[in-house]
Structures are given as structure tokens and as C-alpha cells.
Ligand binder design. Structure first.
Ligand code: ZN
Length: 99
């Protein structure tokens, strides 16, 4: 918790095996990389997908993190929930004025 993750959009993103991928995430090193050139919705979906990988890693559920179908479904649902919410769920607290 409270950890910073570096997010980069990079051209020609490839996995270690050389396969072209839309995104990669590494919990130990604290980064997410996304492939440059995707349209905005695909880029955002990839971002939430990679975040979901890191969430599973963060809570020690590595096996779930390897389940790409689950990760993709949950990432897509987070994206939908956040993008379709209306109003300000977390308004800034007003400063407490001195009496
Ligand atoms: Zn994935």
C-alpha cells in the first residue's frame, strides 16, 4: 500500500519471449508498460488489466495473476466502473476553520 508504480507508454513493447504485447507489469520492480499507438480505449483497458495483475501480486495471489482471462475481466470491470461513475464520489474535505 502507498507504493508508487511507474507507468510508461513505449513503442514496440515485447514480452521476454519476444512476443508483441499490449502491456506488461512487474510488481517487484514497480512498473507498468503499455504499448504506444493503441487507441485510447484499448490503452485504458490495458492499463486496468496491468493494474489488476499488480493487485493480485500485491496480495500474494500470484496464481490468480497468471489467469489472463480473470485479470482481463476484472480489469475491464474496474475501467467500466470508474469511467461510468457520475458525480464526485470523493469530494475534498473542507478545511476545518479555527474557532
Ligand atoms: Zn495480462
Amino acid at each position: 500500500m502507498g507504493r508508487k508504480i511507474k507507468v510508461e507508454v513505449v513503442p514496440d513493447l515485447k514480452a521476454e519471449d519476444g512476443e508483441a504485447v499490449y502491456g506488461l507489469a512487474h510488481w517487484g520492480e514497480g512498473w507498468i508498460k503499455l504499448r504506444a499507438g493503441m487507441e485510447e480505449t484499448a490503452l485504458m483497458h490495458s492499463f486496468y488489466h496491468e493494474i489488476q495483475h499488480l493487485v493480485f501480486e500485491a496480495i500474494g495471489r500470484t496464481r490468480l495473476s497468471r489467469n489472463e482471462e480473470l485479470v482481463d475481466s476484472l480489469g475491464g470491470l474496474w475501467m467500466q466502473a470508474i469511467q461510468t461513475q457520475k458525480g464526485n464520489l470523493f469530494p475534498r474535505k473542507k478545511k476545518i476553520e479555527d474557532n
